[in-house]
Design a protein around this ligand. Structure first.
Ligand code: PHE
Length: 341
């Protein structure tokens, strides 16, 4: 009993004291072992009860020893960590990144078209002349094929291959889909495109488009118009309107450019819409029968529409961004404004 209360009262502050504790209560020459040795001198009828008491004493000594050891180790660790380090302080907040505005808008575009039954398709950024130009009815001498617009790929010998290039639009995915699959098609195709243009507030040599393709029996121009009308309302709000202007693309006939009311000035006129109240967001049209044929689809049986919109333009409109270069400069003061968007 004396030993028990001695152990219960003891406190430790150094490894020397810990060693003294071990010698006295734990080691084979210690006080506890000694008591165990005396157990055989205890009368038979009391031996059991005394044995139990001794076990209690032994267990107590061991658990206190472990406790003290852990205490000393923790003290040594915090000493090693240096003075003034408070491990209970909350951590310095580490700010989360934010989603890039182009990604936000791409996701929103996909969401809107998925609800209309479009799926998402994908194609390569390095493309052959066939899928990017020839299958789309570009004549051999079309200016878009020329060096100032298209980045052609060099062979390792340094020779330029005029049949391998960086795609200039996402329309290459249209031709790939049609050539490799069977109608109906109802897909959108987001992606990165490349044109040899000087970088400015309004143009860049790398930008993003979302292509759309709907080919089935009896698809009409009205379907195109309705689809884009619905898209504009979903993307820019109920007050937005669209306008179709006649245009020309080698792969659509008839073709139209699509303008939406300028979201920034709500149609009143500003720098972004050059005071017209309208901003062009897409090219579109009915898939040219020759293109269907180039891709192995019977134009007598199927018709379709296609469009290609610029994600940068839509993002600028949606968030009131006036310089395209902000998208690629990675300035955190710009990017932070989309936290939680
Ligand atoms: N590919 C065209 C461009 O980049 C846009 C477009 C796509 C036009 C589909 C009509 C149909 O300008």
């Amino acid at each position: 009993k004396e030993l028990i209360s001695e152990i219960e009262k003891s406190t430790l502050s150094s490894s020397d004291e810990l060693e003294a504790f071990r010698m006295r209560y734990i080691s084979r020459k210690g006080a506890v072992t000694e008591l165990f040795e005396q157990l055989k001198t205890v009368p038979q009828e009391e031996r059991r009860a005394v044995g139990q008491e001794l076990n209690t004493l032994k267990n107590l000594a061991q658990s206190r020893f472990q406790e003290f050891t852990a205490q000393l180790e923790a003290a040594a660790a915090s000493e090693a960590a240096g003075p003034g380090l408070d491990l209970t302080l909350p951590v310095v907040p580490n700010p989360y990144g934010s989603i890039h505005p182009l990604t936000l808008v791409r996701r929103r575009i996909i969401e809107i078209f998925e609800r209309m039954g479009f799926n998402v398709a994908d194609g390569p950024e390095i493309e052959t002349d066939w899928y990017n130009f020839s299958a789309l009815n570009f004549p051999d001498n079309h200016p878009a094929r020329e060096m100032q617009d298209t980045f052609f790929i060099e062979k390792s010998t340094g020779a330029v291959q005029d049949d391998v290039l960086l795609r200039t639009h996402t329309s290459n995915v249209q031709t790939r889909l049609m050539e490799h699959g069977k109608p109906p098609f109802r897909s959108i195709m987001p992606g990165r495109v490349f044109r040899n243009e000087a970088i400015s507030a309004r143009a860049h040599c790398v930008f993003h488009q979302v292509e759309g393709l709907y080919v089935d029996k009896n698809v009409s121009f009205k379907d195109l118009k309705d689809t884009l009308y619905h898209f504009a309302k979903e993307m820019f709000g109920k007050d937005s309107r669209i306008r179709l202007r006649p245009s020309y693309f080698p792969f659509t006939e008839p073709s139209a450019e699509i303008d939406v009311t300028c979201f920034i000035c709500k149609g009143k006129g500003c720098n972004v819409c050059k005071h017209t109240g309208w901003v062009e967001i897409a090219g579109s049209g009915m898939v040219d029968p020759q293109v269907l044929q180039n891709c192995g689809i019977d134009p007598e049986e199927y018709t379709g529409f296609a469009f290609g919109m610029g994600i940068e333009r839509i993002t600028m409109l949606r968030y009131g961004i006036k310089d395209l270069r902000l998208f690629t400069e990675n300035d955190v003061r710009f990017l932070r404004q989309f936290e939680g968007a």
